[in-house]
Design a protein around this ligand. Structure first.
Ligand code: ZN
Ligand code: ZN
Ligand code: ZN
Length: 328
């Protein structure tokens, strides 16, 4: 496996010369009692208890490898490097059949605490420029193991979409001396046509230019660039857990398969990062979750034309999601 850079769009692509496929397990390797099928825990709660609630392990078939350095090389004008990085699995609950949205508030808060702890820890490795936390639910969204889990990757580059966001937020800040996301929040709270729910800490809404039907973002109402530095208290983890559970339940009633991704600030102490690259990131960027449901019948494939086609207005999607009854 190696990483190759598209010289035109600047995005990195993982290239593999064969598909090794999954190791086959007759038992679910993420279930309690099967820990021997996995590498040792990187994180666990409660600590050293056989009755774990949440644990984090190295991925069974990692896309990125933790050892060594990136070995950046050229081939004429082309750039390539090793698939250096980290790839971890967050096992969200011991119960094989309990989806995240059905778990207790305390458990979801523990999952968020594991996210914050792992992102913070991986950012201490100066070889990594960006840490991504994501979750694929349902076969349509490419969920590979049935057991409820999320994934974390650390990469020596900033993924393209986050790169766009960071540069765009930076430009907006230079021009207006305000955070773009805070401005979006204010407008959404004033208009209240795309908002789904909110409290005094977090807002859930369908973005103005939603890429897919029922696309939903969750943002803190207060400004903060880094999830892992912001969501550190148990109270905040619990509150965000409740908010996330509620929107997932609403979404699952219309679209059971989805991608969820956390967007947080990049690693500011990464080795090759120029010091002035992200000078204003703490003021100009604002962490958030993006949830992209997968409904093939209501959207057209993005891959070829690279233009999203969404047949459901976000204003209609938000209204529908607001009406879903969510049991506490
Ligand atoms: Zn399992
Ligand atoms: Zn902000
Ligand atoms: Zn984003």
């Amino acid at each position: 496996m190696e990483l190759r850079k598209d010289p035109i769009t600047q995005s990195w692509v993982i290239q593999e010369d064969s598909d090794f496929g999954w190791p086959s397990f007759s038992d679910c390797p993420l279930c309690p009692g099967h820990e021997r099928l996995c590498l040792p825990n990187i994180y666990e709660y409660p600590y050293r208890s056989p009755n774990w609630q949440v644990r984090v392990i190295p991925h069974l078939r990692p896309l990125y490898r933790i050892e060594g350095d990136a070995q950046r090389r050229s081939e004429g004008l082309y750039d390539k490097m090793r698939t250096l990085g980290a790839h971890e699995v967050v096992i969200e609950h011991p119960d094989h059949n309990l989806a995240l949205s059905q778990q207790s508030d305390e458990n979801v808060a523990q999952v968020l605490r594991a996210f914050a702890s792992r992102v913070g820890d991986l950012k201490r490795d100066r070889r990594f420029r960006y840490i991504t936390v994501f979750r694929n639910q349902g076969a349509l969204a490419g969920q590979d193991l049935e057991h409820p889990h999320s994934q974390i990757t650390a990469t020596p580059f900033i993924p393209r979409r986050v790169g766009y966001e960071l540069r765009s937020a930076q430009r907006y800040y230079q021009l207006k001396e305000r955070c773009l996301f805070c401005d979006i929040l204010q407008q959404e709270m004033a208009q209240k046509v795309r908002t789904v729910e909110w409290d005094d800490l977090f807002l859930t809404f369908c973005p103005f230019a939603s890429r897919v039907p029922y696309e939903t973002w969750v943002l803190p109402l207060h400004h903060h660039a880094s999830f892992e530095e912001d969501v550190t208290s148990w109270d905040q983890q619990l509150r965000l857990g409740r908010c996330l559970k509620s929107i997932l339940r609403r979404l699952e009633s219309v679209a059971p398969a989805y991608h969820l991704v956390l967007h947080t600030s990049p690693n500011l102490s990464a080795k090759f990062e120029k010091a002035d690259n992200w000078q204003t990131v703490k003021e100009d960027y604002h962490w958030h979750f993006e949830i992209l449901p997968v409904i093939p019948s209501k959207s057209k494939s993005y891959s070829l034309k690279e233009v999203y086609y969404n047949s459901l207005l976000p204003e209609v999607a938000a209204e529908e999601l607001r009406k879903v009854a969510v049991a506490a």
